[in-house]
Ligand binder design. Sequence first.
Ligand SMILES: [Zn+2]
Length: 308
Amino acid sequence: MRRSSHVLALVLALVLLAAASAQAQGLTKIAENVYSYVGVKDDSPKHSYAANAGIVIGADGVLDIDTLTSAKEGKRLLQDIRAITKKPIKYVVTTHAHFDHALGSSVFTDLGATLVGHELDRAYLAKNGERMLKKSQAFGLTPQDMAGTKIVLPSLTFTERMTIRLGGETIELIHLTPSHTGGSTLVYLPRQKVLFAGDVLFTDFHPFMGEGDIPGWVKTLDFIQGLDAAAIIPGHGPLSTKKDVAEMRDYILLFDAKATELAATATTNDAKTAASLAAEMKKLLPARTLGVGMIQYNLMIKYLPAKN
Ligand SMILES: [Zn+2]
């Protein structure tokens, strides 16, 4: 009897511990008035492939950065924001238009937020948005996961730089050249020395490179090295530093060189060929714990189609 009550107490303690750690998965304080998801481990499609998102809180409102993969996920983010501040959400900036960063936007525009994005990624979303929604099942998302998701396009766009002033806080949007996508944007907070890098930086994840411009990407990573940034939030992965930025640079250069070399020897571009080349690539690439499937995917959509 006594023993079973000990077991019960232990089980209860474990349940409470699990609940506490689940709760701790909200937004983490990065700096004064800056919160973000970082180091999300659940990289399942329904959890936005572990994409990060964050907020800056000004005196009279909030600026949100990225909106996750669906209306459902956008609502999860909104709930996590509401756990920190009740101030109105004035702006939503998307670092780029890939669906794990941009398809939750309608949750915020429905509340009156202004959606801000790069001109090129706005055009990408206008062209591909509805198709992305239709194709979402191919990426492991169910119709229930995507229920209520609408494509909304940025109403405010820029091409090189934009500065948003938000009740005492300054937010700089920076675009040098196409990199991860045509319009990938860095969101820099000069006062806090915090950078939201979007998918220009993947830390501990194999990156999606399928639509990447490698020289432009390297140039953008080099620019980050020169930026006064104490904390860097990657598109996917834990809170990062310039060491991670240097590793990302090495990764994409190595990947691009080896994938180009291996693809040149391939005579077919089917999934079997891609899988065997991916196995070769995996031996050469630095070990990263998440997103291993990206190696094959990148080969198939960026390197092997050139054989046709
Ligand atoms: Zn992306």
